[in-house]
Design a protein around this ligand. Structure first.
Ligand code: SF4
Length: 180
């Protein structure tokens, strides 16, 4: 499916909202242990997502160690389609609630806009998506259907009776001390 840019001139009309990441005033921060970084209002995050040019060769995507689908969620956020943006985000990222806060965001200096302008606020958009997902109850645990031991995996080759699976060993008296 081809995704068209919500506003092809967004990057010309909208400046980056904040240099670096939005954060609380240090004078306020010294009085508590809450998060340093903050979220922009939803309307402003949507506007910032409109700065994305949907590059044919998105270097932001290349700069992200996870290969996050950044242009896709930028576009979805700019169109107020947060649920789909969350689905796109979790497709490559199992813990955006951490990376949205702590990742040094090499995607941003990789952004094509960085060549002659301020880059898209990718990290802030990522954080806004996952915070919205938690608020809406979209984040659900996804435990495996069976534990790996129940699947008979973990056949260890450490000497002794190596033809027996880890499950069988754990059932035996003495466990691994006896069976190796
Ligand atoms: S490089 Fe920047 S402008 Fe281009 S798709 Fe990625 S975030 Fe958007």
């Amino acid at each position: 499916m081809r995704i068209l840019v919500a506003d092809p001139k967004g990057f010309l009309k909208i400046p980056r909202a904040v240099a670096g990441e939005p954060h609380r005033d240090p004078a306020e921060r010294i009085g508590d242990y809450r998060e340093v970084f903050t979220l922009l209002p939803v309307a402003e995050v949507r506007e910032q997502a409109q700065r994305c040019m949907q590059c044919g060769i998105p270097f932001c995507h290349d700069g992200c160690p996870l290969g996050n689908l950044i242009p896709e969620w930028n576009d979805l956020v700019s169109r107020d389609r947060w649920r789909e943006a969350f689905d796109r985000l979790r497709y490559t990222n199992n813990f955006p609630e951490f990376t949205g806060f702590t990742c040094p965001a090499p995607c941003e200096p990789s952004c094509v806009l960085e060549i002659n302008d301020d880059p898209v606020m990718i990290k802030q958009i990522e954080l806004s998506i996952i915070e919205r997902a938690f608020a809406e109850g979209w984040v659900r645990p996804c435990p495996p259907a069976t534990h790996w031991l129940q699947r008979g995996g973990g056949r260890l080759r450490t000497g002794g009776d190596s033809s027996r699976s880890a499950t069988q060993r754990r059932r035996a008296p003495g466990d691994r001390l006896r069976a190796g």
